[in-house]
Design a protein around this ligand. Sequence first.
Ligand code: HEM
Length: 311
Amino acid sequence: MISGNGQAAMTASPTQVVKVEAPLELRGLSRAPEDTWDTQRRFVNLSDDDIAAMVATSEIMLRNAADFVVAAYDHLRHFPETASILGWEQEVDESHLEERRRFFAVWIARTIGIDLSHDFARYLYHAGRLHAGHGPRQIDVDDMFVTGTMSLILDAFGSWYREARLDAATATRALTGWNKYLLMQLQVMLDGARAARAIDEGNIAVTVNLYGRMRAIIGRQSMTIRMDQGDTVGDVLVKFFNYYPEARDEALDWEWVGKTEDATWLTDFERVYTPKKYWTVMLNGKDVRFQQGFNTPIQDGDVVGLFPPGR
Ligand code: HEM
């Protein structure tokens, strides 16, 4: 029997006891980066004409890119707030500066090459997670400066075109394309940062343990997620799969489900995720299907395990 709140219960008859499983449904997961990427691209209509205009300026971009990497970090080290974020108020850590420039050079190379792949979307999402203090140096970069850097990049592109005496029509068309493309990037980076900040918000802590291929996909065996009192196993999984959208395909299936009986429009539907066949979610070693499913409440110090088939 499933009670009104979705709780599993034992149904007893004079002759048998049947264990009924609670439903396992995850709602409210954010868009995966590749979905945001494609949707934004369609929404802003980054067209073949835009891309052709951007490509037409490739030589100018290539000539200036290396100097720009240096100039960008000069700006960040001299602007007091960003110097402080980077820990460079007193003195610049040269090896860190060199590392940052190297990473930024990779980013600008992919950008000038107008990388529209899903891999790039995932890379940007990851950059967003790192910006939220989740990188090896645990530096938390205020979103405002990431947004501002995008403005400075567009500013730099415009000045390169002026210096190269590019005709106004080509320059305008190319800048229109860069503007669309860079803001697509910004959105994905900010989404990654938001998902990472959510991991650190809450007054209790839960450990999520991972097994099998999941470890290889996300590159770790366990993680700590901060939650609020009264949260459920489902809330933990939403934070986990928002932080690691790349793990969804491994463990979850999904389908569009109408939010109401008479759902008609696209916005009336939502993606509802369920564990793939034979995947098990345990809370402190007990299968949540035989508790209250994903509605099972969590406590400080609890351990959630995500088990693939065969374990
Ligand atoms: C358009 C703006 C920006 C872009 C495209 C960008 C790009 C990136 C990328 C791709 C990474 C990840 C590198 C990797 O693969 O490990 C990264 C990390 C990082 N970025 Fe940015 N970034 C931007 C703005 C900023 C700003 C404004 C700051 C500082 C004020 C900053 C500081 C950092 C730091 C410190 C890390 C590494 C964090 C760590 O390892 O702990 N970034 N950025």
